[in-house]
Design a protein. Structure first.
Length: 134
């Protein structure tokens, strides 16, 4: 895998995917589908997005290959396209909505005689490191 700073095409493709995620109604739909496959009526009920806007956003998500569909009689069912999409949605929820977040204590970045002494255990970032005498 090439780092984005080394591949303009990969960076452009990533930016385009991010653009698709960067719309509130689409994020709501993706979040809804993270919880499982749903039909259009269920998505509308859960998200509160009206039919015309929902159809437009679902079309955009299909074109971006973020969702897949299956037909059952007259019902169209939607699901996330793959685990990569699910991971993106979970990460967005964790970063911005607090869903699934783990409480991490604040780190103290001050390291020196005042915060790390012989009688004191290391604080902050140094707490995970073992300091060996010379």
């Amino acid at each position: 895998m090439t780092a984005l700073h080394e591949d303009r095409e990969a960076a452009s493709a990533a930016a385009e995917k991010i653009r698709v995620f960067a719309q509130p109604q689409r994020l709501m739909i993706l979040s809804c589908l993270l919880r499982g496959e749903r039909n259009v009526g269920e998505i509308a009920e859960v998200t509160g997005i009206g039919q015309p806007a929902l159809s437009q956003q679902l079309g955009e998500l299909r074109r971006a290959e973020l969702v897949e569909t299956r037909k059952e009689a007259k019902q169209v069912w939607y699901r996330l396209a793959n685990e990569s999409v699910a991971l993106c949605v979970r990460n967005i929820e964790a970063m911005f909505a607090g869903v699934g977040m783990v409480e991490i204590p604040a780190l103290s970045l001050a390291v020196g005689p005042a915060t790390v002494g012989i009688d004191q255990p290391p604080q902050g970032v140094a707490a995970f490191a073992r300091i060996l005498p010379r």
